[in-house]
Design a protein around this ligand. Structure first.
Ligand code: LLP
Length: 413
């Protein structure tokens, strides 16, 4: 995104503000779709990465389906214009109410993450589903480890995600006995920000063996195999996971099984399409370090604090500061020592009033933001070419206090 446009947005909307470049989302979607072109496939955007309605509706216009994990995300995707039939519902802890709303809405697939969930889905389907059986999938825990941050690994044995390999067949047999559900898919999701294709290949081979086992047992209702999301992007200039390498690793699976390949990327589609605009409030020296205090903090962008994640920062409008020879720590205004956006950076002109761009803030940025320290959440803006539009107004203190009362009305139990 051009500096002029970002400056105009900051002047008009204020800071902190997230800005999403729709052209960048289109490029990423197109690259993945093209790489998977030779096989029957469908891309389900993982809504948790960035669930802004304008972003969702744009992804739908590109042809994406939606991968959701809560009733809140279900409501979002429906409001963004997705048909329920374009939605798959995953998640390790779906409540009975969420399962019921998904069935009533008519989502295309409910991915089971535990044996016990089958009973709840089947019983709910018997009670509320009219007509055709509810389509379900099994999310397998394939016991594949990936080299990513421990908090974003999901495919290893002993983790809370998915159904262990040695239980999958038993669950599939039980599913086959329930008339109200039909087993349509088997899948995995092995982690997030994965930069290598090896683990996908390894997991896909395990899924292929499961499909074979199902067929030997006479379970032949499958339509699709889901290789999850997790495709890594570049935050620092070094390459992420190349979509061709990903496609090469998993394409044998739909070919060999004759099933449609599903994938659920979030970050890959939106991560590098977004930036966080923030202004420098103060600059000071302490204990031999130069500290730049900005108006965005860990409540806006938690990734540096939570995962030690690196986000590139550049100065869009220099004001005073130094020539870039002194390393600075860019910190937020919150009362936490872990509240930083970038440490040891060289940022010429990062004095009070300077406008900074924190890059790679399209995924797991606003969607993980909070109101900690009673800070209203940032505005969100989408840009296309030289135009911009507000996709979410900055919150107000009034928004923050909604539903709260200083004089509670007591209930006797
Ligand atoms: N499918 C499932 C079942 C998932 O749990 C996730 C992400 C995805 C797909 C999409 O993964 P992606 O393609 O975006 O990597 N907050 C962390 C990332 C957490 C990912 C959670 N699950 C971060 O900021 O790095």
């Amino acid at each position: 995104m051009g500096q002029g446009l970002l400056s105009r947005v900051a002047a008009a909307v204020g800071t902190p503000t997230f800005v999403y470049d729709l052209a960048a989302i289109r490029r990423q979607y197109g690259a993945l779709d093209a790489a998977l072109g030779p096989v029957a496939h469908r891309i389900y955007y993982s809504v948790k990465a960035n669930s802004n309605l304008a972003v969702l509706s744009f992804l739908r216009s590109l042809g994406a389906g939606a991968d959701i994990v809560s009733a809140g995300e279900l409501e979002r995707v429906l409001r963004a214009g997705f048909q329920a039939a374009e939605v798959v519902f995953s998640g390790v802890g779906k409540t009975p109410q969420e399962i019921e709303s998904a069935i009533r809405a008519g989502v295309s697939l409910i991915n089971l993450e535990s044996a016990a969930e089958l009973d709840i889905v089947a019983a709910t389907a018997e009670r509320v589903a009219k007509g055709a059986p509810v389509s379900i999938g099994i999310r397998v825990n394939p016991d594949v480890t990936t080299r990513t941050h421990p908090y974003t690994q999901t495919g290893g044995k002993g983790m809370k995600f998915g159904i262990p390999m040695d239980e999958v067949l038993a669950v599939a047999r039980r599913a086959a006995e329930r008339k109200a559900v039909t087993l349509r898919s088997v899948g995995m999701h092995i982690g997030s920000q994965i930069a290598e294709s090896g683990p996908y290949r390894e997991g896909a081979h395990k899924l292929a063996r499961i499909v074979d086992q199902f067929r030997i047992e006479g379970i032949d209702s499958l339509h699709s195999v889901d290789v999850g999301g997790g495709l890594g992007i570049s935050y620092t200039g070094d390459p992420g996971l190349n979509p061709e390498a990903f496609a090469k690793a998993v394409s044998f699976l739909p070919q060999q099984t004759n099933l449609t390949l599903l994938t659920e990327p979030g970050r890959f589609l939106v991560g590098n399409a977004g930036s966080l605009l923030t202004r420098v409030l103060y600059r000071k020296r302490s204990g031999g370090r130069d500290i730049v205090v900005v108006d965005a903090g860990m409540n806006d962008l938690l990734r540096p604090s939570l995962y030690g994640a690196h986000h590139d920062i550049r100065v869009l409008e220099p004001r005073g500061g130094d020539g870039g020879d002194i390393p600075v720590d860019v910190v937020g205004p919150l009362c936490e020592s872990g509240d930083f956006l970038g440490m040891d950076r060289r940022l010429p002109g990062a004095g009070p009033g300077a406008l900074l761009e924190v890059r790679g803030a399209g995924a797991y940025a606003f969607s993980m933001s909070s109101q900690y320290n009673s800070r209203p959440r940032a505005a969100e803006v989408v840009v296309e070419g030289e135009r911009y539009g507000i996709a979410r107004k900055r919150e107000t203190v009034e928004d923050l206090l909604r539903g709260e009362s200083s004089s509670v009305s007591w209930s006797e139990t």
